[in-house]
Design a protein around this ligand. Structure first.
Ligand SMILES: [Zn+2]
Length: 493
């Protein structure tokens, strides 16, 4: 691994050299979706951000085990310790089993992430499938003396923990503020301290998602699953834990405390957080109700959308911003991304057609293309700076177009290196792809409309020969043409 990759560690608030704990292996855990609705642009960002990390680590030669969970239980409305489960609410509204809701939306999530060319993680564990591990961890925390049981529920003792460890070190929150700022809530009287959080909740009679435990029939607290599943699959100390910045507190802060209390040390070497997608300056989120789903982007069916945007346009739009910057949604920015990506892909096609200049020796002149390749690696090694990488690739586009115009000359070695740069960085690492031909139905329909209009003209001019030839040929292809008052339609049998 001759490349020196620096990543910003949220914990130290600095860029640190990435040194895997057990090279060539690298372990990465990322908080996945709570599956109770269609994914929106805000979900696409962490998926694409950590897909970029996954792809780049693999490119550098690491054998990456990438774990991304599916939250199908325990995530309560408004991210609180009291109230209804988000999935159970949806199940009640749609009169379905909670697991039907979880399965349906998990499947939808996979379909949309596939269309964004997000690689599937190595393991996608579900909270409901890891009850034993979660119950064991609650017991470990109780045994270590950092939790207490009240009426069948178990809470993490933040006040006691804070006497030895720093609760708030990741998010920068101060415990005193947490005490005064935490609103009084129903059920909080069970807690000894307002900043304490639930590890296990006793289920109320109306609560349908419940499991037996030593304390009560109930369900785990939301933060617990990630601590239990990350250490189960990646070991008690692993390389990267990622997620959106909105998860810093209380979710990730609580994960640190749970692992410290249960295992006796922290479990994560590098914490990485992507920034938010905003819409008119406000965070786009399901709970805020100001989101646009990926389905709506792909079909253009949303009042704020001027047109449909393809999956690769969305991916390029997200990668054009550094993952730690906010990304504001606008039609103008998406249209600019659409044009930019098209320009890039057109240049790739042009590159394939360029004939090498034979009057310059292959050994000369590769300096600037080499510098371009170095620039691409420098961008990625600097905390995965995808916008700088894209700027480098646009410099490549400029060189290609100028060679196509005959203003520059590129020899065989230079052309080969340019092809390698685009294959590696645009397709393999940024994960973009040419969508041409991906919608075959649209192409076929366009061709059929053209054929039918030619047939229509031949009929109008009584050119029966051409008209019959078209109908007979289509019939051999099992395509039936139906002539009606409104014109002709076609059907593929
Ligand atoms: Zn999590």
């Amino acid at each position: 691994m001759e490349n020196q990759l620096y990543i910003h560690n949220t914990l130290s608030r600095k860029k640190e050299l990435f040194e895997a704990i057990n090279p060539p292996f690298a372990g990465m855990y990322v908080c996945g979706p709570t599956v109770y609705g269609d994914p929106h642009l805000g979900h696409a960002r962490p998926a694409i951000t950590f897909d970029l990390v996954f792809r780049y680590l693999q490119h550098l030669g690491y054998r990456v085990r990438y774990v991304r969970n599916i939250t199908d239980v325990g995530h309560l409305v408004a991210d609180l310790d009291e109230g209804e489960d988000k999935i159970a609410v949806k199940a009640r509204l749609e009169q379905l089993e909670p697991m039907e809701i979880a399965q349906y939306y998990a499947d939808r999530y996979f379909i949309f992430m596939d269309s964004l060319n997000v690689k599937r993680p190595s393991i996608e564990p579900r909270a409901s499938g890891h009850m034993i591990e979660q119950i064991r961890m609650v017991q470990q925390i109780l045994d270590a003396g950092y939790a207490y049981e009240v009426n069948g529920s178990v809470y993490f003792d933040v006040e006691k923990y804070s006497k030895t460890f720093e609760y708030g070190k990741l998010s920068g929150r101060v415990l005193d503020d947490l005490m005064t700022n935490t609103r009084a809530l129903e059920g909080q009287d069970e807690k000894q301290h307002p900043a304490d959080f639930a590890l296990w909740k006793k289920a109320q009679p109306e609560h349908i998602m419940r499991w037996p435990s030593p304390w009560s029939e109930g369900f785990p607290g939301w933060h617990l699953e990630c601590s239990a599943m990350s250490t189960k699959y990646l070991g008690n100390y692993f390389d990267i834990h990622g997620g959106g910045m909105d998860l810093l507190f209380p979710h990730h802060e609580s994960e640190i405390a749970q692992c410290q209390a249960a295992i006796g040390h922290e479990s994560v070497k590098y914490w990485m957080h992507n920034n938010m997608v905003t819409i008119q300056g406000q965070k786009m989120g399901k709970s805020l109700g100001n989101f646009i789903t990926l389905d709506e982007f792909f079909t253009g069916k949303h009042r704020l959308l001027e047109q449909a945007y393809s999956p690769m346009t969305i991916r390029f739009f997200i990668l054009q911003a550094h993952y730690r910057s906010t990304l504001d949604f606008s039609n103008e920015a998406l249209q600019a991304a659409e044009r930019g990506l098209k320009k890039m892909l057109t240049a790739c096609e042009t590159l394939g057609r360029l004939v090498p200049a034979t009057d310059t020796p292959n050994t000369e002149g590769t300096g600037r293309i080499n510098a371009l390749k170095t620039g691409c690696y420098e961008a990625m090694n600097d905390d995965l700076n995808s916008p700088i990488l894209i700027a480098c690739l646009f410099e490549g586009v400029r060189i290609i177009n100028s060679a196509a115009d005959g203003k520059e000359r590129l020899n065989e070695a230079e052309l080969a290196m340019l092809k390698e740069i685009f294959n590696t960085f645009l397709f393999e690492i940024l994960g973009l792809k040419d969508e041409k031909g991906s919608d075959q139905h649209e192409t076929i329909d366009g061709l059929m409309q053209l054929i039918l209009s030619i047939r229509q003209k031949s009929r109008e001019t009584k050119d029966w020969g051409t008209s019959d030839q078209i109908r007979d040929t289509l019939q051999k292809l099992n395509i039936t043409v139906k002539d009606g008052k409104e014109g002709s339609t076609w059907e593929n049998l």
